[in-house]
Design a protein around this ligand. Structure first.
Ligand SMILES: *[C@@H]1O[C@H](CO)[C@@H](O)[C@H](O)[C@H]1NC(C)=O
Ligand SMILES: *[C@@H]1O[C@H](CO)[C@@H](O)[C@H](O)[C@H]1NC(C)=O
Length: 301
């Protein structure tokens, strides 16, 4: 009897150790971009599961003039997100009602008033200086917690991008202005973000990899191989799985098995979270994928 019992205890202990190892990278972080389409979507429209960590990411703050023909400002950021629904008072309310919610802003994005939003610093020093001052002011006014970096077009080389963004994140963290930072690369811009990762991985908390930039024919096994490939590109990074809910959605869709793929990653202990681009795109359908993603992340295994 005693030996059977000891064997059972030993087995339980080994299972426990295995589970600890297997679930090492799993996290229950859900992130949602909001505000880029200015279609009136509100923070309070989006379902929030109280058993997970939730980040809203305001889209976008851009270092361009806020005019009809925007032009680069060498790091002086302006707000380009929906300024009718994403106000400081509404951010305060959503945080008060949901202690598990944090709010970030995203830098850059694809376009500004229909033209590419280029990363165009005059010099690293002036850009970083201007960015620290303008972003600190916005972050404090809106009571934000972090930043996301989503430049998709570049007027500079990789080294300038990496040094500018790396110094910006480091300074904002050292000044206590933000508590987390993420990057949002995709295959076509990996040359820029991989240099940033090489030199500044220690200050980057999450990788919002845009898996929806892959082809719309992507199947589950391809998605899983892309996930592994990017895990090798951003070694040690917390890489989030992602879908797009807009009209132009590509990549592995929920209809083609996105959530099955997430379940595979979770069982392998690799799922560092899920993000959705975007609340604006999900509004018309009532946010079914936001609910499904958060439910999956809330399951404890
Ligand atoms: C809100 O944004 C619009 C453009 O989207 C701009 O014309 C307007 O000045 C902004 N209002 C405020 C109060 O910032
Ligand atoms: C996924 O797509 C690849 C490339 O088209 C194909 O070789 C593979 O058989 C597909 N896998 C499944 C399970 O359909």
């Amino acid at each position: 009897m005693a030996s059977t019992c000891h064997k059972l205890i030993l087995q339980t202990f080994i299972t426990f150790l295995l589970m600890q190892t297997l679930t090492a990278q799993n996290s229950n972080l859900f992130r949602e971009y909001i505000g880029a389409l200015s279609n009136g979507v509100r923070l309070s429209d989006v379902p929030i599961n109280s058993f997970i960590d939730f980040h809203f990411i305001l889209s976008f703050a851009i270092d361009y003039t806020d005019t009809t023909s925007p032009s680069p400002t060498d790091g002086k950021f302006n707000i380009f997100w929906d300024n009718t629904t994403l106000l400081p008072s509404q951010i305060c309310s959503i945080k008060q009602a949901n202690p598990n919610v944090k709010v970030a802003l995203s830098l850059g994005g694809d376009t500004v008033n229909g033209v590419p939003a280029n990363f165009s610093p005059c010099s690293i020093d002036t850009w970083v200086n201007n960015a620290v001052i303008s972003l600190t002011s916005i972050i404090q006014e809106y009571n934000l917690d972090g930043i996301d970096v989503d430049y998709e077009h570049f007027n500079t080389d990789e080294a300038t991008f990496a040094a500018s963004i790396g110094q910006l994140i480091t300074t904002l963290k050292n000044n206590g202005v933000i508590s987390f930072a993420s990057i949002a690369p995709f295959e076509a811009v990996n040359s820029y973000y991989s240099v940033l990762w090489r030199d500044y991985a220690s200050v980057i908390d999450y990788v919002n990899f845009q898996f929806y930039a892959y082809d719309a024919t992507t199947n589950i096994s391809q998605f899983l191989s892309y996930y592994d490939k990017q895990s090798c590109m951003y070694i040690g990074g917390k890489i989030l799985a992602s879908i797009s809910t807009g009209a132009d959605a590509n990549g592995l869709s929920p209809a083609n098995g996105f959530f099955d793929a997430c379940t595979v990653l979770k069982k392998e202990g690799k799922l560092s979270g899920i993000f959705i681009w975007s609340a604006d795109g999900s509004k018309a359908d009532g946010f079914p994928y936001e609910q499904e993603a958060q439910k999956l992340l809330a399951i404890p295994y």
